[in-house]
Design a protein around this ligand. Sequence first.
Ligand code: NAD
Length: 360
Amino acid sequence: MEKNIAVIKGDGIGPEIVTEAMKVLDKVGEKFGHKFNYEQLLMGGCSIDVNGVPLTEETIEKCKASDAVLMGSIGGDTTTSPWYKLPADKRPEAGLLGIRKALGLFANLRPCVLFKQLSGACPLKEEISRKGFDMLIMRELTGGLYFGKRYTEEKNGVMTAVDTLEYNENEIRRIAKKAFDVAMQRRKKVTSVDKANVLDSSRLWRKVVEEVAKDYPEVALEHMLVDNSAMQLVKDPAQFDVMVTENMFGDILSDEASMITGSIGMLASASMNETSFGLYEPSGGSAPDIAGQNKANPIATILSAAMMLRYSFKMEKEADAVENAINSALDAGYRTGDIMSDGMTLVSCSEMGDKIAEFI
Ligand code: NAD
């Protein structure tokens, strides 16, 4: 197969970690007989330096014309970089919001995996972390409280602020479908998280999710209230496969879930639209403190590339090969600085990429 990948390396450690992901993808191409064509595009601070704006029409159009987008990270040191002297809509992060909107990316997928080799970094009790976990949080990204009508006004002499949580059935249906589709490629369980004992929007959410579930008889569906979900995540994360939820609940729960894995350098993510198109990027930022030093952990970006293979290109065995190669590199004791522990071998960003590529 031949696939066209739009590549946004971005700022800070972005170019270093994306280069390693491309190295691994090329190895996958060689081994499985695929050709990956890359088109490198500017976005974020590097685009401000060249074009005066964080996102250009050209970048948007070339992303739209591609089969998927692989991204590093954008932004700089928010206290010292001249990019942060610009108005908010001209700063690097505006590029990220702009591209998500332009590409219609409404579903955010965040896998949360505890690698057994790194279980020592998990802040949970050993009896819980010993079991390991491998779940994925699917967060609705373009609706709900963050996009609803909001205002602050004085009512009878009292300042009053209002935010609105609105979802229509179509918005719920498309994210529910995405969750069931992804569950079909995993362990076939969906936990839908809501607050249906209180909120109307949650009651509609539950009803629509149940309708969608009828088309996926192989997938087990359970509903869980958001407060209970927050507790269950630290009590027994191994019970979850795919957790689907609205924007704000997902914002909070995905950060809670990422904490229990122990390292930001291991956290992949994807944002998808209704088709198989997606933008794949590590969850962390541009890490200006270690940029340009060949110290960053490229694994989150390489795992994001594996998600691209699995969800956009439907290359299951190739995605498995990447994940297995990461496991092999960790089993062999290779560690970047952020995940280093006694008795392990410290490697640079590019050496970690080399090792993972070798294990493909
Ligand atoms: P950050 O994630 O960049 O860094 C937080 C800490 O984690 C730092 O100590 C950093 O060294 C470390 N870290 C992050 N990724 C790592 C990796 N792959 N390997 C090893 N260590 C890693 O968060 P921040 O410092 O709050 O933000 C820095 C810049 O990144 C800001 O401009 C911010 O706006 C931007 N940012 C961009 C994205 C994105 O592109 N999607 C996301 C978050 C933050």
